[in-house]
Design a protein around this ligand. Structure first.
Ligand code: F0G
Length: 456
């Protein structure tokens, strides 16, 4: 059986096809920042895999059953039963999206100055640790630094540094350990079960709470089945459950692996912590049986959680990403290896060698992908992660100049992805023609979302 999408298309949406001249006008208006583009200016949107998936007919049908009762809605109980069956936690709080779960958890768990140790914090997770007075610390495994290494689990945490942190002079300050599966900030790489088990054992031995950021729990489970000894005959649900069993709770954005447009959960074992979180939930998100979501959302999430663990779906999604990765590599553009599932990360620094970090090669490549083919994506390089002095000079470059191509779930066909590869290949023929950029206007925080830049 050839690998193909295990679904057919029932509802379609036209995609805009612009001329290069029209895209140039759009980019000037957008201040050369892809975040400022309008959807009707974009041909293939690879900005995010979050909330961008296509609903199934079964999800649409489930949505029609949504019970909008304020307290005690049927839809909440269906949602809770599904998450309970999947993850096994006694307390499940629905939230409108992942970052709400992060805010509620860290405010209830961390005291000022406490450390949150992680394989890598996602941006909002890091921000919510800081806003709760905590200090986020990333401890990625050494293999993660080598973008070309084919090591299978480059999303792992560095167990030596974790042990050192839990036994060293700052051990009293460690408030929580959080493992992001898969590791979005670290090239979308998976975390092995062996690593999760070791983290769990260390946390138990030192009395530190252990949480998962489970936004892509099904994709992590799939890569464990493919890559880790002893799991080849497990189902994605079984592997996911083994991971959830190792932790004291989880935060999850369900905009990814529930293939829905909005939603999330905070799941906990500890009764007292759950009670504290529930108070904040009610005060800031919504009553405990809806948490900022409609009954329709809760129904679609429950259905999506049963679809995302289907082996045929995960196999096809992993194969599609790998296929795109192979085409891009064949065109002479390096990606972070090995390919994960939710995104590919292009090594722009290696392609655009004529541009120093201060000319933002990642941003230059992302902009060129739009100008050349209407493909929108975001840089993960010095524009986002670099540091500048008061005169706007880059004083600290990002460790790598990357561009993330995030793949929405069930949205683009193989021919769409092949088109993206063609656009990449076209740019790769004359990389020296891609101009660098300088910042014209930037807010003090989260500047990659709002800045305006111009080619130089
Ligand atoms: N954790 C991870 C690992 C994420 O990737 C995200 C979101 C969040 C938490 C926050 O969840 O958006 O529902 O509040 N990632 C999106 C992305 C935005 O494009 O990678 P949220």
């Amino acid at each position: 059986m050839p690998l193909m999408e295990p679904y057919r298309i029932k509802v379609v949406e036209p995609i805009p096809i612009l001329t290069r001249a029209e895209r140039e006008v759009a980019m000037v208006r957008a201040g050369y920042n892809p975040f400022n583009l309008r959807a009707d200016e974009i041909t293939i949107d690879l900005l995010s895999d979050s909330g961008t998936g296509a609903l199934s007919a079964a999800q649409q049908a489930a949505g029609a059953l949504g019970d909008e009762t304020y307290a005690g809605a049927r839809s909440f109980y269906r949602f809770r039963e599904t998450v309970e069956k999947l993850a096994g936690y006694p307390h499940i709080l629905p939230v409108h999206q992942g970052r709400a779960a992060e805010r509620i958890l860290f405010n209830a768990l961390l005291t000022p100055g406490q450390l949150c140790l992680s394989n890598t914090h996602f941006d909002t997770t890091r921000a919510n640790v800081v806003l709760a007075g905590g200090v986020p610390v990333d401890l990625p495994c050494p293999e993660a630094a080598d973008l070309d290494s084919p090591a299978p689990f480059k999303g792992d945490i560095d167990l030596d540094r974790l042990t050192a942190a839990l036994t060293g002079p700052d051990r009293e300050r460690v408030g929580v350990v959080l493992m992001t599966i898969t590791n979005n900030g670290g090239g979308g790489q998976p975390v092995s079960m062996a690593n999760l088990r070791a983290v769990s054992d260390l946390c138990r031995a030192h009395g530190v709470p252990f949480f998962l950021d489970a936004a892509r729990f099904a994709e992590n489970a799939w890569l464990v089945i493919q890559r880790e000894d002893g799991y080849a005959h497990h189902t994605p649900e079984q592997v996911a459950r083994l991971a959830f069993d190792l932790a004291d709770g989880a935060v999850a954005s369900l905009k990814k692996d529930a293939i829905a447009h909005m939603g999330g959960f905070l799941a906990l074992r500890d009764d007292a912590l759950a009670q504290r979180c529930e108070l904040t939930l009610i005060a800031t998100e919504g009553f405990r049986t809806y948490g900022g979501l409609s009954g329709r959302d809760l129904e679609m999430l429950a259905q999506g959680l049963t679809e995302v663990v289907q082996p045929d779906y995960l196999r096809a999604r992993a194969a599609a990403t790998e296929h795109l990765g192979n085409l891009i590599t064949a065109a002479g553009v390096s990606i972070v290896r090995p390919a994960g599932i939710h995104a590919l990360y292009l090594n722009a620094g290696r392609l655009l060698t004529h541009l120093p970090p201060s000319r933002f090669p990642g941003h230059a490549l992302a902009t060129e992908l739009y100008l050349a083919g209407g493909v929108r994506c975001a840089e993960l390089g010095s524009l986002y992660l670099g540091q500048e002095d008061e005169h706007g000079n880059l004083v600290k470059a990002a460790p790598h100049e990357l561009v993330r191509l995030a793949i929405p779930r069930r949205v683009y066909t193989q021919s769409h992805l092949e088109y993206v590869a063609e656009v990449v290949a076209e740019i790769a023929q004359h990389p020296e023609r891609v101009p660098g950029y300088r910042v014209v206007e930037a807010p003090p925080l989260l500047r990659h979302f709002n800045c305006r830049v111009e080619p130089v």
